[in-house]
Design a protein around this ligand. Structure first.
Ligand SMILES: Cc1ncc(COP(=O)(O)O)c(C=O)c1O
Length: 382
């Protein structure tokens, strides 16, 4: 038997509290049993999103939330400005094009973050841009984009909204939806929220709802106005994913007990320890600036295939981390510290990386990175 450790940037491990809650018998989504369940999830998500506005709950993966955020607020021919700094930035472009939007891309080299002044200049040059699309955490490169700065810029344009894919950033980064002025923010269940895949969340500002009034794109399953109406009655428009929403209440309860600031601090600490440990082993970050607190992207040493590191971690030691995506495939591997993550997840990951690299003939002194992580993560007396 090989014991398994899930250290991927989604799906992430699900805590026993949520697993047990989801083992309860199914309740009917139109029965009175379910109404308080959805009401509680609705309020919990507003707390997590730091918003007074509605946060829709969709039965889909995160990409469904991205698709819905294109077809509900925009129309064919609308101009979209997409920050393309990785695999998920590329996804924004593909979705926008599939709904007939006219896409202008800001291409950012993989491993780097977007310079907010580039977005500002693009908006100044073309105020007809209706939407700015970006990731908070670009999971494929391990970069965090400066959402606060971008929201501050877009706020100045009455005819433009900021659409943020926060699927991997939610819980790992402080994203003040109302205070910063984020218009649309998308999350997914299988990341910081510590749940199985299957739920997408979309927070929507009043400004974005005015865009929804004008949208002519086709919509049926992802019809946000209809979902908002259902949500006001503690319902979803179609059969509710009752089990996942029961689990969601449990994970929100755990996060509320921890406190939002503490959850952000925990992610920051785990991410910092991972980076320092990786540096101690002599490895280079793939992320060149503004590293994400959700996932660490590491350059494979010269002459070693990143996919082989990922594969050996899994096959030899039962650790499921992640390889590279798109143009980074083979060049990198990634370790997540997201959701139900703590000290010994980082130590396990670093120990595994040291053992795999040594096994592949790379010069590593076992314990070097582990010792650094232990120092940074140990609880001091007093
Ligand atoms: C930043 C980001 N956006 C979008 C997605 C896509 O989410 P899903 O696979 O849940 O559709 C992911 C998932 O890895 C992600 O990390």
């Amino acid at each position: 038997m090989t014991k398994r450790y899930l250290l991927a940037p989604g799906p992430t491990p699900v805590p026993p509290e949520a697993l047990l809650a989801m083992a309860m018998p199914i309740i009917h989504h139109r029965s009175p049993d379910f109404l308080p369940v959805l009401d509680s999830a609705k309020k919990g998500l507003q707390w997590l999103y730091q918003t007074k506005n509605d946060v829709l709950i969709l039965c889909s993966t995160g990409t469904g939330g991205m698709v819905g955020s294109v077809n509900n607020f925009f129309s064919p021919g609308d101009k979209a400005l997409v920050v393309n700094a990785g695999n998920f930035g590329e996804r924004w472009t593909k979705i926008c094009k599939s709904y007939g939007l006219n896409v202008e891309e800001i291409k950012v080299d993989w491993g780097y973050t977007v310079d907010p002044s580039v977005v500002e200049n693009a908006l100044k040059k073309d105020p007809s841009i209706k939407g700015v699309f970006v990731q908070a955490s670009e999971t494929s490169t391990g970069v965090y984009h400066d959402i606060k700065a971008l929201a501050g810029i877009v706020k100045g344009y009455a005819e433009t909204i900021l659409v943020v894919d926060a699927i991997s950033a939610l819980v790992a980064h402080d994203l003040k939806m109302d205070e910063w002025g984020i218009d649309v923010m998308i999350g997914g269940s299988q990341k910081g929220l510590m749940l199985p895949p299957g739920l997408a969340f979309v927070g929507i500002s009043e400004k974005a709802w005015t865009f929804a009034e004008k949208s002519t794109s086709p919509k049926f399953y992802f019809n946000f106005k209809k979902e908002r109406e259902s949500l006001s009655k503690n319902q979803t428009s179609f059969t509710s994913p009752v089990t996942l929403i029961i689990g969601l209440n449990e994970s929100l309860k755990m996060l509320q007990t921890e406190g939002l600031e503490n959850a952000f601090a925990r992610h920051e600490k785990l991410a910092g320890a991972t980076r320092d440990a990786i540096a101690a082993i002599g490895l280079e970050m793939f992320t060149k600036e503004s590293p994400s607190n959700a996932v660490t992207a590491i350059q494979a040493p010269h002459g070693i295939d990143g996919q082989e590191i990922y594969k050996n971690l899994r096959v030899k030691y039962g650790i499921t981390a992640a390889g590279g995506q798109g143009q980074a495939k083979g060049k990198i591997f990634r370790i997540a510290h997201l959701g139900y993550a703590g000290t010994f997840d980082v130590i396990t990951a670093i120990a595994g990386v040291e053992m795999v690299l040594k096994g592949m003939g790379h010069p590593v002194k076992l314990g070097t990175g582990v010792a650094v992580a232990q120092e940074l993560l140990m609880v001091r007396e007093g």
